[in-house]
Ligand binder design. Structure first.
Ligand code: AMP
Length: 290
């Protein structure tokens, strides 16, 4: 166990479990934010919310190999531990859990999770990144089993991801409440992402096209059909250096594409776009009762 300023860096499961057990005995509430590291202000908003709502806040940094469908993407994923530790210390996070692969997945154990996600994992990211959500479900389930938090903090930035994790929590009756935090954006509208730092300057400048497109779709909601809006968006996103993979308008509950806005009270536009060699995702709630 290493204490760095005010943050406790814990690398083993047994150590973390002992600490959590002690806090739980003292009736302290635990908030947990899982991340892949390369932290930015988007992550910080989740951690601040956790600090506000809990006695103890834990953030994990674990670049989970089982959720990367391409080994080159895993290799290129930015790793910035020292800067991350600084950001977490500044934010006021209590514990940084930084386990190795062996700690999370000890040899000989099987952490594959069987849960009926009712098709939520088949579309969008699921269609373009085979095996991705299997890995996400596996790692979040494993981390929840280790941390046993009262509250779990995730971002709306990964709309499909939090929807799937909520389904997993419901189906497996896990005693953790999921708290979803809004998307934190750069000043020009680009959703903050660890991957943004890999964008060359000229492409970074143009990457605001994702946000601009989502806004213009929201503005046209009253006058056009979902199908026409998707066509319009795909056209708008198809600029030099950019290649849209999908732009879909979905029912936010089922993640199924919708044909009409009538009768659907939770509507979300989701997109994935290649910006040079970097794959960006973004989304916007177009209609919501909540
Ligand atoms: P990641 O490290 O990319 O796996 O992200 C960890 C958590 O932070 C996930 O729940 C993300 O949805 C959330 N997150 C990432 N970027 C943002 C952002 N720009 N705004 C809000 N939450 C975010």
């Amino acid at each position: 166990m290493a204490k760095t300023n005010n943050i406790l860096v814990v690398e083993t499961v047994s150590e973390l479990q002992a600490i959590i057990k002690k806090y739980k005995k003292e009736k302290k509430s635990i908030g947990f934010t899982p991340t892949l590291g390369a932290l930015h202000e988007g992550h910080a908003t989740l951690i601040r919310r956790s600090i506000k709502e809990n006695d103890i806040s834990v953030c994990s940094i674990f670049v989970n190999p089982t959720q990367f469908n391409e080994s080159s993407d895993l290799k290129k994923y930015p790793r910035t531990f020292e800067a991350d530790k600084k950001l977490l210390t500044k934010t006021g996070c209590d514990i940084l859990f930084f386990p190795s692969n062996k700690e999370v997945y000890p040899k000989g154990s099987n952490y594959k999770i069987k849960v009926n996600l009712e098709g939520l994992d088949k579309r969008m990211e699921g269609a373009f990144r085979p095996g991705h959500f299997e890995g996400v479900v596996q790692v979040v389930h494993r981390l929840l089993e280790i941390v046993l938090p009262h509250k779990l903090y995730m971002g709306q930035k990964d709309f499909q991801q939090f929807t799937i994790i909520q389904k997993m929590i419901d189906k497996l009756k896990i005693k953790t409440d999921l708290v979803v935090c809004p998307i934190k954006r750069e000043e020009d509208g680009l959703a903050m992402s660890s991957r943004n730092r890999r964008l060359p300057k000229s492409i970074r400048k143009k990457a605001t096209i994702l946000y601009k497109t989502l806004i213009s779709i929201k503005n046209k909601l009253a006058t056009e059909s979902p199908e026409d809006l998707c066509q319009f968006a795909l056209h708008k996103l198809n600029i030099e250096d950019f290649r849209p993979e999908y732009f879909i308008i979905i029912d936010g509950n089922t993640l199924k594409p919708i044909k009409s806005f009538k009768g659907v009270d939770y509507v979300v536009a989701c997109t994935a776009v290649w910006a040079g060699e970097v794959r960006l995702i973004d989304n916007m709630v177009l209609k919501s009762k909540k």
